[in-house]
Ligand binder design. Structure first.
Ligand SMILES: CC(C)(COP(=O)(O)OP(=O)(O)OC[C@H]1O[C@@H](n2cnc3c(N)ncnc32)[C@H](O)[C@@H]1OP(=O)(O)O)[C@@H](O)C(=O)NCCC(=O)NCCS
Length: 182
């Protein structure tokens, strides 16, 4: 099954399907056995239209300029099975670092797709002269994602306990990084 999954750059023709896929994934945030994976309330299971618009614009922003983003999707005959994206850090003087985000559709988890998607993002980033690091932030409660990142070469660099108060719960935020050049 995983062999039938193609990993391709997110292109304008796929934007609508992609944002529908993201919106569908967000409905699972902290629900039905899936850990909270976005620092958002369960009562807000939608992707704000302005976030989608900013995402599109960022894909056209040249690498190295503030706000750049690149994204890839894993696709099968029935549609999008997963995604990974890299984006600029918000801080000035940190253009040599990218931030990673990702997800896999609930029907396609635990078959190695997440690992393939991280591998693709790392491979792409390592080929960019201007990038030396990939960073990410993950809710500490999200054990599947933390395990995946550890399994793909990320190292935990810190954790803020009680970073978020969401739906009456305290949530820690874990910080991880991976060097692209050794
Ligand atoms: C986290 C997520 C992306 C993992 O994707 P996936 O395709 O299922 O991951 P893979 O099958 O490639 O698993 C690779 C490794 O990750 C770890 N892992 C993945 N899911 C796990 C789980 N439920 N429990 C424990 N470890 C897990 C394991 O180490 C696994 O290796 P193994 O299968 O050899 O044991 C997926 O669960 C997901 O989309 N979750 C919701 C969204 C999300 O959390 N996004 C990340 C936000 S930071």
């Amino acid at each position: 099954m995983p062999l039938q999954t193609s990993l391709i750059p997110l292109a304008p023709a796929t934007y609508d399907a992609f944002f529908a896929y993201l919106g569908d994934q967000l409905k699972e945030n902290g629900q039905g056995g899936t850990p909270l994976f976005q620092p958002m309330s369960r009562a807000q299971p939608t992707l704000a239209p302005e976030r989608a618009a900013a995402f599109r614009q960022a894909l056209d922003t040249p690498l190295g300029q503030p706000g750049w983003r690149r994204a890839w999707v894993a696709v099968g005959p029935e549609g999008i099975r997963g995604h990974v994206d890299l984006r600029a850090r918000p801080e000035p003087h940190a253009q040599h670092r990218g931030m990673l985000g990702m997800g896999v559709h609930r029907d396609w988890r635990r078959i190695g797709l997440g690992r393939r998607l991280v591998g693709l993002a790392v491979q792409w980033a390592a080929a960019q002269d201007g990038l030396d690091w990939i960073d990410l932030e993950v809710l500490s409660v999200n054990a599947p994602a933390r395990q995946l990142y550890l399994a793909t070469g990320f190292v935990q660099t810190g954790e803020h306990a009680d970073m978020f108060r969401i739906d009456g719960e305290q949530h820690g935020y874990t910080y991880m990084s991976r060097a692209l050049r050794r």
